[in-house]
Ligand binder design. Structure first.
Ligand SMILES: [Zn+2]
Length: 255
């Protein structure tokens, strides 16, 4: 009986150690599988002319919304930038051009989970248009084939807030900044809202930010008959949006 007990104990010990050994052996294999999965999901390609041609402006909006969801969920696509850089040398076929404020807290590509070759980005404080910006947009759409123009304002925009508060930039020696704020001023004037007309009034400020982006869209259409015609023909869309810095969400104003 004692011998049997000893034999069973030895057997169990052997089984136990063998299973432990197997578990330990499996660990690196599981890690490798996870690494391979991550590597498999790394994007190495860039947009091709065919892919750009196939997309409609509406489809691009849908893709940007999905990308923005990834950004909000902290789930950005992994990209092999070295591989993408090499492929991008052949040419570029971006799907959209985004006009954003210069604000360092608005990382445009990340906000839409995009990378090399995906979008053109134009940036100027307060996301207003001027001849150079419109010229860049004409190149992006009529020459390079992008189907969507987005004017993207953002919450807590310093340029808009300073304009609302009538900061006298010229008196502070910044004539160019004063001129830029003059471009935002009409959006402040046009915003009809009860309550205090100061940047402390967040509701009012957010309305001005939305109106400023919408106004820029209107100005772009007026400044570029070529893009206005392309939009009438359904080839491109020119829309405005506002990026919420707190939630990371981009709200499109045509929703
Ligand atoms: Zn801003």
């Amino acid at each position: 009986m004692r011998k049997l007990f000893l034999a069973l104990t030895t057997l169990f010990t052997v089984i136990l150690f063998t299973s432990c050994g197997e578990t330990k052996k499996q660990e690196p294999a599981t890690q490798n599988t996870q690494k391979e999965l991550i590597e498999e999901n790394v994007v190495e390609s860039i947009l091709t002319a065919e892919e750009q041609a196939e997309m409609t402006p509406q489809e691009i909006i849908g893709r940007l919304k999905k990308g923005n969801e990834n950004f909000m969920n902290n789930n950005l696509t992994q990209r092999d930038h070295s591989a993408q850089r090499r492929k991008a040398m052949i040419g570029q076929f971006p799907k959209a051009i985004v006009l954003s404020c210069v604000d360092s807290r608005v990382p445009v590509e990340d906000v839409f989970d995009l990378g090399i070759g995906d979008i053109f980005v134009a940036r100027v404080a307060g996301n207003i248009e001027n001849e150079d910006i419109v010229g860049s947009m004409e190149f992006a759409t009529a020459v390079a084939g992008s189907k969507l123009v987005i004017v993207m304002g953002h919450t807590a925009c310093g340029a808009v807030k300073s304009t609302i508060d009538k900061v006298d930039a010229e008196a502070l020696g910044m004539r160019s900044l004063a001129n830029l704020m003059d471009e935002i001023e009409p959006a402040v004037v046009e915003t009809a809202l009860e309550g205090e007309r100061s940047s402390k009034n967040t509701t009012f400020t957010n309305s001005v930010i939305t109106n400023n982006a919408m106004r820029t869209v209107k100005n772009i259409r007026e400044a570029s008959p070529t893009m206005a015609k392309m939009e009438d023909e359904g080839k491109i869309m020119i829309i405005s949006a506002v990026y919420d810095m707190e939630s990371g969400e981009v709200k499109f104003n045509n929703d």
